[in-house]
Unconditional design. Sequence first.
Length: 219
Amino acid sequence: MTSKQKEILQSVSALVRQRSSSDTSGHDWWHVLRVINMAKRLARLEKADLFVVELGALLHDIADAKFNQGDDTVGARVAREILSEYGLDLQTIDHVCHIVAHVSFKGANTKNKINTLEGAVVQDADRLDAMGAIGVARTFAFGGHDEREMYNPERKPVVGRSKKAYYAAKGTSINHFYEKLLLLKDRLNTKSARRIGRERHQFMLKYLKEFYAEWSGKC
């Protein structure tokens, strides 16, 4: 990686950290940093372009659709505005903006439009952060932030929503496991991520088993 690329990453990192510092929904700077670190790990294993991967990871939540009335075009637009300030070539900017536009889970029935190795790596890193112990913690953090019920046995999960319905849904935090988190294991792109994802998936299953046992007073 060139010295100019390192300077760009440092500058964009400072900007993203400043913008995300007050988040309480589980999409804060520490989420971004975890995604960066995992994306770099996967990029090395999969031999992806580290510069594009790190930029994509840095900007993947810069304007998430769930915080912008379901508009999944605003993230790429903001990313392009930021990257245009650094004299980057159009191909790199387009590549990063494609990642930002399509990295997020948009409902079980929405086709994944990520079409590059670098995009696959960033998407995998983001999805891994929605799984395992961190994924459980973030689910309840977001549920509280969005004023969702923790659990209501009378409200059943709805799997297979369209993108519009998925963004509009206000299900319980426990339902979110079935509507997204438990689906991610089979939607990881790379061999490296799938290996990590299997362990995190098993942790979530064990967590749910314990949750239901405690809920019903069986333990």
